[in-house]
Design a protein around this ligand. Structure first.
Ligand code: PMV
Length: 344
């Protein structure tokens, strides 16, 4: 071990959030997906994390500060994560670990903060282990960091690499894996290189049913098998559309996935809804606008009421006035966040 002067190891990293086009919904084993998913990472919605660690032999203690304030509620998640990661990062057996995170995007705004937060924490923990044991497994770094992020939050494994990421086994891509995401940027047409993701913040605030509960409700869901089939079919369609630059098919998959995700929630037992009346109103306005103008414009939703509006940058001059005139008024406090794909 190369000990720094004051015996405190430090790492500062960041990771972006991502938005899934084919959704991961339902788990098996330890954070493995029941179906493959595809997302792209965002460029402005980022979590920054700094970690400091000093060794002692009295077991692992974890402190967590979020945006400068102690956040006790996150400690059990971090404890579970460190127990899962100790086989990859032996330093997590014992010592004092202080983690500080902050987001560049507003809290509970429909941007997945667990993905960027767990990805940045996994990255920072890896850096600490590298300082302690410098030749530590560097060869497998991208897959390993993605795998570690997955153990914190499934979708986080798609936030450890830029651009388009496939997570989960599919016979269509030989190196696809349930344990980590892989980059598929090389198989994506340039039409998708500058996608915009404008988030309509329909409702701010914590969701009434967490994603963890939503995943669990898929275990005995009456449509479980059909959903897995649908996701695999949509992976095939999306891979083809991304390769061919086919925005129409991309759009069909994106909207089918978003509405199916919410349909699965409404048909769970117990059933629940996360969409708001304004979410539906926005969707109807988006579809009508697209039909009228014949432009590449689509949407998706995560497990919440907020809408991600997706379009190539070249359409901004038509789409932005539409957002300002017809969509902003549907948002909580009229909040809209302009983000876009990050390819680096
Ligand atoms: O990674 P989790 O457990 O927060 O689940 C994410 C689930 C969705 O955001 C709804 C879909 C996805 O693939 O990101």
């Amino acid at each position: 071990m190369i000990a720094p002067e004051n015996n405190i190891f430090k790492a500062a990293t960041s990771a972006p959030s991502n938005i899934a086009i084919v959704k991961y919904w339902g788990k098996k084993g330890v954070q493995e997906p029941v179906n493959p998913s595809i997302s792209f990472t965002l460029s402005k919605s980022i979590t920054k994390t700094s970690i400091s660690y000093s060794h002692n032999d009295s077991g692992l203690s974890i402190d967590f500060l979020f945006e400068g304030r102690s956040k006790e509620a996150f400690i059990p998640k971090l404890k579970t994560l460190s127990e899962r990661l100790v086989k990859y990062l032996p330093f997590l057996e014992s010592g004092d670990l202080k983690i500080e995170s902050s987001n560049t995007f507003p809290h509970s705004s429909g941007i997945a903060s667990s993905a960027s937060s767990m990805a940045s924490i996994a990255r920072a923990l890896y850096n600490i282990q590298m300082q302690i044991t410098p030749n530590f497994k560097e060869a497998s770094k991208p897959a390993m960091i993605s795998e570690m992020a997955r153990l914190g939050s499934g979708s986080a494994c798609r936030s450890t690499m830029p651009g388009w990421v496939l997570w989960g086994e599919t016979p269509l891509v030989s190196n696809s894996h349930n344990h980590y995401g892989i980059s598929i940027n090389e198989s994506v047409h340039s039409v998708f290189n500058d996608l915009q993701d404008t988030i309509l913040v329909i409702r701010k605030g914590a969701k009434s049913v967490s994603s963890t509960t939503g995943h669990q409700l898929m275990d005995n869901h009456p449509y479980r098998d059909g959903r897995i089939k649908q996701a695999n079919k949509n992976i095939e369609l999306l891979l083809g559309a991304l390769k061919d630059g086919d925005f129409k098919t991309f759009s069909k998959v994106s909207e089918e996935e978003a509405l199916s995700l919410h349909g699965l929630m409404m048909s769970s037992s117990p059933a629940y809804t996360l969409m708001a009346p304004e979410s539906l109103r926005a969707i109807k306005r988006i579809i009508k606008f697209r039909e009228h103008h014949h432009i590449p414009l689509t949407f998706t939703l995560d497990a919440g009421p907020n809408i991600h509006l997706i379009y190539p940058k070249s359409q901004s001059k038509i789409v932005h006035p539409f957002i300002e005139e017809h969509l902003r008024v549907l948002c909580d406090n009229e909040e809209v966040i302009f983000d876009e794909i990050s390819l680096q």
